[in-house]
Design a protein around this ligand. Structure first.
Ligand SMILES: [Zn+2]
Length: 123
């Protein structure tokens, strides 16, 4: 099951050695993405629809507020918290990847109506 993912995925970095990784690497990881040094790669914002605690939401809001690019994939943005969090985004580039249209399509710089797997396979 591919879970909803909200992320500013330009800035994935290793928590140990600070090496940067691109989005493709993160999406191709089946488990927690790991660096070649063994450290955990931490995306700027990763949200799963299940198991969100208050801390994660607070940190996500902070990250979203300071992000310039936000990619929202695999969610129709009609359910909390995905829909609510999007309102905190003040950056210039919003990218939406979803099979169907979303209420936020008119705010996005780029809308891709396709499945997440297909889109990222082509990057
Ligand atoms: Zn590392």
């Amino acid at each position: 099951m591919f879970m909803n993912y909200i992320g500013s995925i330009l800035r994935n970095y290793c928590m140990r050695c600070n090496k940067f990784y691109d989005a493709e690497y993160i999406f191709n990881s089946k488990e927690i993405p790991k660096c070649e040094c063994g450290g955990i790669i931490k995306p700027d914002v990763v949200l799963y629809e299940e198991g969100l605690d208050e801390n994660i939401i607070r940190n996500s809001i902070k990250a979203i507020e300071s992000a310039d690019l936000m990619i929202v994939a695999g969610t129709s943005l009609t359910v909390y918290p995905a829909s609510g969090l999007l309102n905190y985004f003040k950056g210039s580039n919003l990218v939406l990847i979803n099979k169907s249209i979303t209420p936020y399509d008119n705010r996005a710089s780029l809308v891709i109506n396709d499945s997440l797997g297909k889109v990222f396979a082509q990057i």
